[in-house]
Design a protein around this ligand. Structure first.
Ligand code: FAD
Length: 280
């Protein structure tokens, strides 16, 4: 039987850059309250570039009554600064983190710290903060773009779980078989934590292509062709995107996914349209 329930949704946001962005975010967050997400997460800029913005946005969500989980990346950071961030979050009552390696901003080529992989960060969080935090990690059903091969990538995912991760959120994908195959592969290695599909609503063709090239997510040919055909017709793109992503989510739910994590991109409309269509 599916463990999916109305508490199984979570939402991801990025820290706004200015006051107008903050106001838009508050309005988006209010519109999405109806989903009643189990938590919301807030991204962290490469190399710590949004460190304060992430913390501030977490506070903003907490004030609105959401459980908020900051993302934290370790690449290029030293242990002391990570421990300071952990202590600050703990003092503010934050109970959940998304622990990542992150990517170095271009130009920052050398990593001097010994925190090279997300598994190093998960280990540090457990050493420093014990079981205080619920730790989420990233998973890549279509393989991380820098991975040498699927087997190694899966082994590295297993290392993060052994280091103490409690659950995982996937990179977005449009092929449900990639997700189920990934879950089967890690279950075969004894991993039993929830692996929640990360879902990207489709609203903008150019942006989707750009993101997908960066993160290694495959846009199936038929979806690419349909999107290209719509050209600048944003309404048709949204309508088609909602249909495609709703079907994806429904298939995931019907076949045992433990939750859905929406990459909202700080917009309410696309996420809401998909959510309203789902049955569970
Ligand atoms: P890792 O798990 O460390 O894996 C990265 C690569 O290293 C993989 O190829 C893996 O196979 C390899 N690897 C791991 N361990 C070892 C080892 N011991 N030896 C050799 N190779 C190894 N980025 C941001 O900057 N900010 C964010 O807020 C953010 N949020 C994200 C949220 C989610 C749900 C996801 C899926 C991604 C997010 N990202 C974010 C992107 C992420 O930072 C990048 O994908 C990054 O390249 C990898 O981070 P990771 O935590 O998956 O790294």
């Amino acid at each position: 039987m599916s463990s999916f329930s109305k508490e199984s949704f979570s939402l991801e946001f990025f820290p706004p850059r200015d006051q107008a962005g903050r106001e838009r975010l508050v309005s988006t967050a209010k519109q999405l309250q109806i989903i009643n997400p189990s938590y919301v997460s807030v991204t962290f800029g490469a190399g710590g570039s949004t460190r304060e913005g992430t913390a501030e946005t977490v506070r903003l969500f907490s004030r609105m009554g959401y459980e908020a989980a900051p993302h934290l990346s370790c690449i290029g950071a030293d242990r002391d600064s990570i421990c300071q961030i952990l202590d600050a979050y703990r003092a503010e009552g934050v109970k959940r983190l998304v622990a990542l390696r992150g990517d170095l901003p271009s130009g920052m080529g050398v990593v001097s710290s010994d925190l090279r992989h997300a598994s190093d960060l998960v280990k540090l969080v457990r050493e420093h903060s014990g079981d205080w935090f619920h730790i989420e990690v990233a998973a890549y059903p279509e393989m991380h773009p820098q991975a040498q091969g699927f087997e190694q990538d899966i082994e590295h995912f297993v290392q993060k779980v052994r280091a103490g991760a409690d659950s995982a959120i996937t990179q977005y994908f449009f092929n449900p078989d990639a997700y189920f195959s990934f879950v089967d592969s890690v279950r075969a290695k004894g991993v039993d934590i929830p692996i929640v599909p990360g879902i990207m609503p489709i609203t903008n063709h150019t942006q989707l292509v750009r993101f997908s090239q960066m993160c290694g997510a495959e846009i199936p040919r038929w979806i690419r062709l349909r999107l290209a055909e719509f050209g600048d017709d944003r309404q048709s793109i949204r309508q088609f995107g909602t249909e495609v992503v709703t079907r994806l989510c429904q298939e995931l739910i019907d076949n045992g996914a433990p939750g859905i994590h929406f990459y909202t991109l700080n917009n309410a409309e696309a996420t809401l349209s998909i959510w309203e269509n789902l049955s569970y």
